[in-house]
Design a protein around this ligand. Structure first.
Ligand code: DSN
Length: 419
């Protein structure tokens, strides 16, 4: 036991074969199928070791050097490393590495800067925003007066004129930029100017694209924003969790808002995993990866356009493409199901001004973080586009089986974890 520090699959198999079987079959599912969900990725074995470690056993309410329990000297080291690595990687004044998730990080930001009933502006969910940006079924939409902005109907890019006009008219306490299905870059300088004009806090929910920022593949919101929230498990390739970066003047408010404001003990194994991932992000190999993710997304979008689908916003500058698939004659829901039957995992997604309900949709969202981690490139993206188009075009189970065999032949050339 003295050498036990991480995952021990043999011990798990002996003690709990049912759960061990789930772990194995999930690993097989991830390896054999094509993983195109834009918000997923494959962490390194080092990250997996950290999150499967004995740090999970430790309660550590508070912050390094100011804990409410004894015995925190080792986890303090992990949290300090994560904080310093985050500040250095992003050039941020302050980092809080404790949020359990992106939604937790966002709740803490609302709590730090607003009171229930205040006006907050954020991107409409129907145009690519997130649940926590004011959906009526989420705390954000229930507790705050949310003024939504969206994309222009002519080019499907953020309508900064609408954003400014609404901000002047409604005087929001805070303006959120960031989305889950927006393939283009956000003009942070423009948003900063609008925030300054109306005296609003500038919050960037960078969950989707922060990994591209970490890899220096796209511009950073950090110099402009008062506060930046994100998840650590998307392009960033860390453990499941959240993080907040803030200007120095907001550091105390953010820390207080996370603990004791809305979380108890941090998940220290996840904090250690975040530290590992942040160190990986600082390497030239990761910077190449981040650029390749975009090159692959652009190749995939272009190849899907060649198959007759339409790329929303005219293409992509990031890790994801949102495809309007009405030309195929099937809905996003049907396309999602057909691709699933063929071993291609992605999600149906509303397109701006979608005539279909959110559970049906006219679009699909495809992302390249996972396939790029596997080492796939532009040629594979072209092949994947053809496989998607063929899967969408048929409801025949044997055709889907045949496509699945081709998918498995492709993925077998790109193992996720060696050995
Ligand atoms: N569920 C995430 C996504 O897929 O974009 C956002 O939280």
């Amino acid at each position: 036991m003295s050498t036990y520090y991480g995952p021990d699959f043999d011990a798990l198999s002996k003690q709990d074969p049912e759960i061990a079987a789930v772990l194995l079959s999930e690993m097989t599912r991830q390896q054999k199928n094509l993983q195109l969900i834009a918000s997923e990725n494959f962490t390194s074995r080092a990250v997996l070791a950290a999150i499967g470690s004995t740090l999970s056993n430790k309660y550590a309410e508070g912050y390094p050097g100011k804990r409410y329990y004894g015995g925190c000297e080792e986890v303090d080291k992990a949290e300090n490393l994560a904080i310093e690595r985050a500040k250095s990687l992003f050039g941020a004044d302050h980092a809080n590495v404790q949020p359990h998730s992106g939604a937790s990080a966002n709740i803490a930001i609302y709590q730090a800067f607003t009171k229930p009933g205040d006006t907050v502006m954020a991107m409409s969910l129907a145009h690519g925003g997130h649940l926590t940006h004011g959906s009526p079924v989420n705390f954000s939409g229930k507790w705050f007066n949310i003024e939504s902005y969206g994309v222009r109907s002519d080019n499907e890019l953020i309508d900064y004129d609408e954003l400014r006009d609404k901000a002047i008219a409604t005087k929001p306490k805070m303006i959120c930029s960031g989305a889950t299905a927006y393939p283009s870059l956000i003009d942070f300088e423009k948003v900063r100017a609008i925030c300054d004009e109306v005296g609003a806090i500038m919050w960037v929910d960078a969950a989707h694209f922060i990994g591209l920022v970490a890899g220096k593949a796209i511009p950073s919101p950090v110099p402009y924003a008062d506060v930046v929230s994100f998840t650590t498990h998307k392009v960033l390739r860390g453990p499941r969790g959240g993080m907040i970066l803030a200007k120095a003047e907001h550091a105390a408010a953010i820390d207080k808002s996370i603990f004791p404001g809305m979380q108890g003990g941090p998940i220290m194994s996840a904090v250690a995993g975040k530290a590992v991932a942040l160190a990986e992000c600082a390497t030239p190999a990761y910077q190449k990866y981040a650029k390749d993710v975009i090159v692959n997304a652009q190749a995939l979008a272009k190849a899907l356009e060649a198959e007759g689908m339409r790329a929303v916003s005219g293409g992509t500058q990031t890790h994801l493409a949102l495809m309007d698939i009405r030309s195929t004659g099937v809905t996003g829901k049907v396309a999602d199901e057909r691709c699933g039957a063929a071993g291609i995992v992605m999600n149906k997604n509303s397109i701006p001004n979608d005539p279909e309900k959110p559970g049906i949709t006219s679009g699909i969202r495809v992302g390249t973080p996972s396939t790029t981690t596997q080492g796939m490139g532009v040629e594979e993206m072209k092949q994947i586009a053809t496989l998607i188009a063929r899967a969408i075009a048929t409801d025949d189970a044997s055709a889907h089986s045949a496509i699945k065999s081709e998918v498995h032949a492709l993925t077998s050339r790109f193992p996720i974890y060696q050995g």
